[in-house]
Ligand binder design. Structure first.
Ligand code: FRU
Length: 436
């Protein structure tokens, strides 16, 4: 029975067998053979070469300003409407960011991050509003990236990653997706959030499509179930959350299965982009669906995915690091993208390889966590600059002074991206802090 159970899990985890899922479970789902996860292949990823159209201009950190002098900020996202546009609330735009006080060692920031918000009338210069959840009720021992949307009457839904458990004595890397709903209130001078509902976990990995912490702990380092992004499909009005995950199963289970099916590439590289569909009007109940994209044998961390529609096409963007690609693949720190004319299935890499924006060779870690806005403006944050050929592990071994001096922890200059069909191109650099 145990064996059957495990092999069923394996069938389910291999999402190319969506068809079997349908037969085996008899579930009333949208899963069908056509809806198998798209695959980012080694062949495609190996074509990720840098050129004029995908290489960002070198960042001159000394010319830039922090929006909060006492804090480092990194992953940042705007308050959006349901169409993915930046919301304007009584003349204010609002952004959210992961933050830590600026005396925290940059590499340690993920262990204590909290979400702060900023607001702006001109959409360029941002004022710190404060902690989004200042009542200690946020879930997790720290909060990681998320997204936020506004509904009528100033109702705000925020989705975020609850990492670890509150008050845990030893830091853990469990990741769950949480939500709460509150109200935004504005005055002539200030923006505030009130009345947050009880925070609720809405998604956690089930081990069939998405790897659980326990499965990952059996032989792997990297684990992800995080970074929710709300998406309302303009073609159907269905509401979804997309998120970063790993393909399910332990390393041993996946290796057996993939070997039998002739897949190549090291099986610990199992990055995926997951999706779940809202099943109630309040955005608090979601049905897990098979992943939109898998990178088996290609990459182990497809961070902060977003989904959007332009023309008739769906666009899936994600960011990743060079060291997260499987051995044998040489691809830069960058924004990568995929497009399809249907939401479930059929995603193929933009520009052939998937590479959309790369850091320049002279400054290979200068920016990260790019997010593409509806009009093609791309925001990101300044990561490590002028590191004189050191890789990310070597940077981590430098003195605290070195790390602090070379880390930006601030918004980067924005970029303007043109997107036509399955081709993209960086058009020009925009001012720091511009989100539209
Ligand atoms: C990307 C990221 C996210 C995560 C956060 C944690 O910069 O790794 O995937 O939510 O940072 O700090």
């Amino acid at each position: 029975m145990k064996r059957n159970h495990n092999s069923m899990k394996l069938l389910l985890s291999a999402t190319l067998l969506g068809f079997f899922t349908f037969i085996a479970t008899g579930m009333d789902t949208n899963v069908s053979a056509q809806e198998a996860a798209s695959q980012w292949t080694r062949d495609a990823a190996s074509q990720a070469t840098m050129n004029e159209g995908n290489t960002a201009p070198v960042i001159q950190m000394d010319d830039l300003q922090k929006i909060a002098s006492d804090y480092y900020i990194w992953d940042t996202w705007p308050l959006q409407d349901r169409n993915g546009n930046i919301a304007v609330v009584n003349g204010y735009k609002i952004i959210f960011a992961l933050t830590v006080p600026s005396d925290v060692l940059p590499g340690k920031r993920h262990d204590s991050s909290e979400i702060r918000y900023f607001y702006s009338k001109d959409g360029k210069s941002w004022k710190l509003g404060g902690l989004v959840f200042n009542d200690g009720k946020a879930l997790g021992s720290r909060q990681w990236a998320g997204s936020a949307i506004i509904d009528k009457g100033g109702k705000v839904h925020i989705f975020y990653t609850a990492t670890g458990r509150k008050n845990e004595s030893q830091l853990t890397y469990e990741q769950r997706i949480a939500t709460t709903t509150g109200k935004i209130v504005t005055s002539h001078t200030h923006v505030a959030f009130t009345d947050w509902s009880d925070h609720k976990i809405i998604l956690q990995p089930e081990g069939q499509y998405y790897q659980t912490n326990e499965q990952s702990e059996q032989g792997e380092d990297s684990y992800a179930f995080r970074d929710p992004y709300f998406f309302q499909d303009p073609k159907t009005d269905e509401e979804y959350i997309v998120f970063e995950a790993n393909s399910a199963g332990t390393l041993a289970e996946r290796t057996d299965y993939l070997e039998q099916h002739g897949a190549d590439g090291p099986q610990e590289f199992n990055g995926s982009i997951g999706i779940a569909k809202a099943v109630d009007g309040n955005l608090t109940e979601f049905e897990m669906l098979p992943p939109l994209l898998e990178a088996n044998g290609v990459n182990e961390e497809l961070e902060r995915p977003t989904l959007s529609v332009k023309g008739n096409q769906y666009y899936l963007f994600t960011k990743t690091h060079p060291e997260k690609f499987a051995p044998g693949l040489d691809a830069p720190e960058g924004l990568y993208g995929f497009t399809s004319d249907t939401i479930m299935g059929g995603f193929h890499p933009l520009n052939g390889s998937g590479l959309v924006i790369a850091n320049p060779k002279e400054n290979p870690y200068q920016a990260y966590s790019w997010m593409v806005m509806q009009n093609g403006t791309v925001i990101s944050f300044v990561n490590y600059v002028n590191v004189e050929g050191k890789n990310i592990y070597e940077i981590g071994e430098q003195s605290p002074e070195y790390q602090l001096a070379h880390f930006g922890g601030m918004l980067a200059p924005s970029l303007k991206l043109s997107i036509t069909g399955d081709q993209t191109k960086i058009v020009h650099e925009k001012q720091q802090g511009v989100f539209h």
